[in-house]
Ligand binder design. Sequence first.
Ligand SMILES: [Zn+2]
Length: 464
Amino acid sequence: MRRLAIQLWGFILLLSAPQVAAAQHPATVPLADGRYKTDILLVVAHPDDEGAATPYLARALDEGKRVAVVFGTRGSSGANEAGAEQAAALGEIREIEARNALATLGITNVWFLSGKDTASQNVLQSLANWGHGVCLEQLVRLVRLTRPEVILTFLPGTFIGEDHGDHQASGVLATEAFDMAGDPAAFPEQVAAPMKRLEPLLENLRPWQAKKIYYFPDADREDIFRGKGPEYSVKEISKSGKQPFWRMALESFRAHQTQAKSFLDSLAQMDEAQIEKMATSDSGWSDAQRFVLGKSLVGGTVTGDVFEGIKPGGISFVRPEAAAAPSLPELSVELAGPWSFYAEFRRAHALTNLPHPEPPEIALQAPGTLVIPLWLRNQTAQAQEITLTATLPAGWSAQSGTGKFIVPAKQVAASRIEVNLPALAENAPRKSDPQEVTVRAEANGQGIGEVKLRVELRKRALPQ
Ligand SMILES: [Zn+2]
């Protein structure tokens, strides 16, 4: 054993000895490590979120595409169905479960950002809890490292649906990284050449501009997403797996014992026909996996294949051209919070075709509280008295935030109205039809604007 070790050591020394003769020839320069080059970079929030795309990933792998995955968090919150471990320890387990799930499909280039699980529908709370700047720096690094042709991620927007703030945060960060990774001025220490032989700080990555970004929605409403991007059948048979794509996705999902042990145990009791009926029902994988085109820098059609228009090789960095800010009257009221953020975000990232519901919408648990965040803008030269009134469905009541407010000259003030939501009837369905809330603002006896919001009451929903 010892002799073998000595021989190996000698071999290593021989390989790493300076090549005296090489001085006569041009030296080779080190290039990016090809093992990490990817065609598709999937960016999601939690372990098991990859399931939102695994039927498509199985298809792409069949077509010879390389796939890498980034998770925003390790999934350290929530119940543990498989054992006693909780919190950070649970996160360590879920990281392995996510790696194993992807390994069943053959995906091994998997990374985790330092985000933390955030139980809220508010993307701004998730971004704050993740450490927005740190996670963005990490994700830009991974885009430069993996050089994806296409980025796939959750749709950044707020909708009636599962609408997890962390899912939205992964879509926000992925969009920001799409627009920043090709910019040599963004995180320049990542793209700086080494100054020393064993460079400890500068990373020697190159800027990388991905060519397309696609989103998958986390919402119940299919109507506003249909026709906004390509659709892929989940029922076609994989050439390599010899089974439908949905079946490969389900096989992959079996790794998530801490999140779904009871479901996976019940699956073990079913025959193939029962599994197919369950998995391809409306609440499972229905016939198509649907994407929304965020933007393409290489042309192609909206509903064409994800790789339509993509040719090998890098493209130049494209700084997004922000649309002009909408002009507002001197006195106005607007819905603030995630809603006004997303309007700015779509404008800043030139996501002109990104679907969003009008009027804005949210699903909330009842009984509970609806918070309506508002911007009160006064661009006049005098302080103004603004009166807010809310028109609410029967049984709902304004708890605070209506009445008169003074907004000083040339100021934008944050305000919020809190509304008590009544309990749903014992025998009510799991969710009701959305109802409309209207906030009206007046100054000097004249209307200066109104805000509408569609609110669906549910027996269970994430906090607002
Ligand atoms: Zn999730």
